[in-house]
Design a protein around this ligand. Sequence first.
Ligand code: ZN
Length: 349
Amino acid sequence: MPRIELPGVIDAHVHMRDPGLTHKEDWYSGTCAALHGGVVTVLDMPNNDPPVVDQASLRRKEQAAREQAACDYGLFIGASPQNADSVGALRKPVGLKMYLGDSYGPLRIDDLHVVAGHFQAWPHGRPIAVHAEGYMVAVAIALGRLFDQHVHICHVARRVEIELLRRAKQRSLNVTCEVTPHHLFLTDEDRQCLGPLAYMKPSLGSPDDLAALWENLDVIDLVATDHAPHTLDEKRAAQPPPGVPGLETMLPLLLTAVAERRLSLARLTELVVIGPARVYGLHLPVNSRVVVDTDAAYELQAQDMFTKCGWTPFEGWKVRGRVLSTTVRGMLAYDGERVLASPGFGQPI
Ligand SMILES: [Zn+2]
């Protein structure tokens, strides 16, 4: 059995739903899912209910994570119409998350005055991570240039977006970007059978968009899951919320691409470990590693997963590559069957 050891994965884009919507996921269930997926550190987004936009809401999330997380974590702070002048003084957020234009949820900002205020006030050195689609990608890149900020474009999903990012990087702009596994492996054609289970923001692209992401893999700094669980009842409702779980399927899908020679193991490691550490200025996790069996062929099944939501858009997918164990800071945290790390074992980065 070809066992390979990789450094522990850093997932730079997750929604643990805790506090606020813990019937979908909580810090313990979500970080168990992380460990099952070979992820040793998660960076959690701020669009909770209520959103994480100030000291009090950040403290509430820090407390929930401190008590429940089974892997290590960093927290984003959200840009709101009110907090441009105060948010930069908060301790320890890994970055500012800004929801522009077509995005979704309580932190969505449309007002250029507010957006420019954040670009002006945010302390230099830490990234501004933006949910930007279409034109808004160009707006975010331009604002980053105008205010000398590091802009990180989350979940790039369209050919025109990745080609803009290539031009921005050719001109040495301080811009980085990520893609999700669902945009690398699913297209709008999959919506016909998946229905609302394939509904997320940004929506799935065309087969040509998917091809563009693979063609421009050298432009992409990191792959992150945008793990955004909802219950099956919520997804089957008349107005389903956008988002899919992803923590437990990212590594098997990417290892399958390695088996199919669409990706090298070295590049995979850059995309899920070195890239996220570089973008967010993190130290590589010490004594943290994931052992994978690169030959294991099996089907992805939600019943084998730890996420509370109980489904995956990749149900039944045949993959090559299984996580055999995950070690965090020297401790065996997942042994191939069970999560051994207790709630609260996770540390802030
Ligand atoms: Zn997200």
